[in-house]
Ligand binder design. Structure first.
Ligand SMILES: [Zn+2]
Ligand SMILES: [Zn+2]
Length: 253
């Protein structure tokens, strides 16, 4: 099992200290992970300490410790992301959309807005921006594909129609999608993406990775066994890790 989406710095309420790094790697070890990937938010990049992670990782030879990034994708900021990616030889990069057209939609203060706005419209616009992220060529992975459901507001249009162009682009670009278990602890109370999307992703031959989106060490690996079981049930045989942008496959059995 692997967890390719953990935040060492949390919401910038933790530091990249030896002690904190060890806490993440200890939980990963206890939960039997083979690979863990730090994917801190790009806006905390200055606070990261990659040389220290590499040093501490030497004490965990059974665990592949990867360093990635969760980059906020905004259509007019591709150059900014490109510059950031040139600063370190990342193993993987998650492109995520938490915001579009100036609306940071996944923060608790915005929950009411999800019920005031037209869900068909904001789902459509969300997936348009995710499609641009997939087209950008900047990422190995698209984060929490249907994050827009975070507060449980649902469109009347079919989600497979809404996500169709995004999935076509993801497949064309050879990108990987994650099952992100953190959604269970949000108002929507389900993994990202929902099961029907997982089935469609599998049908199209797109590969999966797994991520807890842990913002503290105790949540590393949370629910990933279950996520792996769901993927097995729908016919997925392997999940993907990354070493310097190269895919590394892990069997789900
Ligand atoms: Zn995210
Ligand atoms: Zn995240």
């Amino acid at each position: 099992m692997l967890d390719l989406h953990v935040h060492l710095l949390g919401h910038n309420d933790r530091e990249a200290t030896r002690e904190n790094i060890r806490a993440y790697l200890d939980v990963a070890t206890q939960r039997g992970l083979k690979e863990i990937g730090f994917a801190d938010h790009d806006y905390y990049w200055e606070q990261m300490n990659c040389p220290l992670i590499e040093e501490v990782a030497k004490d965990y030879p059974h665990l592949k410790v990867r360093i990635g990034l969760e980059a906020e994708y905004r259509p007019h900021e591709e150059e900014r992301i490109k510059d950031l990616l040139a600063q370190y030889p990342f193993d993987f990069v998650i492109g995520s959309v938490h915001e579009f057209d100036g609306w940071i939609f996944d923060i608790p203060e915005e929950e009411h807005a999800h019920y005031q706005k037209n869900a068909d419209e904001f789902y459509t616009r969300y997936f348009e921006v995710v499609t641009l992220a997939a087209k950008s060529g900047l990422f190995t992975t698209i984060g929490h594909l249907d994050l827009i459901k975070v507060f449980g507001a649902r469109p009347t249009k079919d989600i497979l129609t809404l996500a169709d162009e995004t999935l076509t682009t993801v497949a064309d670009q050879g990108l990987v999608l994650e099952v992100n278990t953190n959604g269970r602890y949000k108002p929507v109370q389900e993994f990202y993406p929902e099961r029907r999307l997982m089935v469609e992703i599998q049908r199209r031959g797109i590969e999966f990775t797994l991520g807890s989106d842990a913002h503290s060490s105790e949540n590393v690996g949370r629910d990933l066994e279950e996520a792996g079981r769901i993927l097995s049930q729908i016919g997925v045989q392997t999940v993907v890790g990354f070493s310097r942008f190269d895919k590394v496959h892990y069997s789900l059995d």
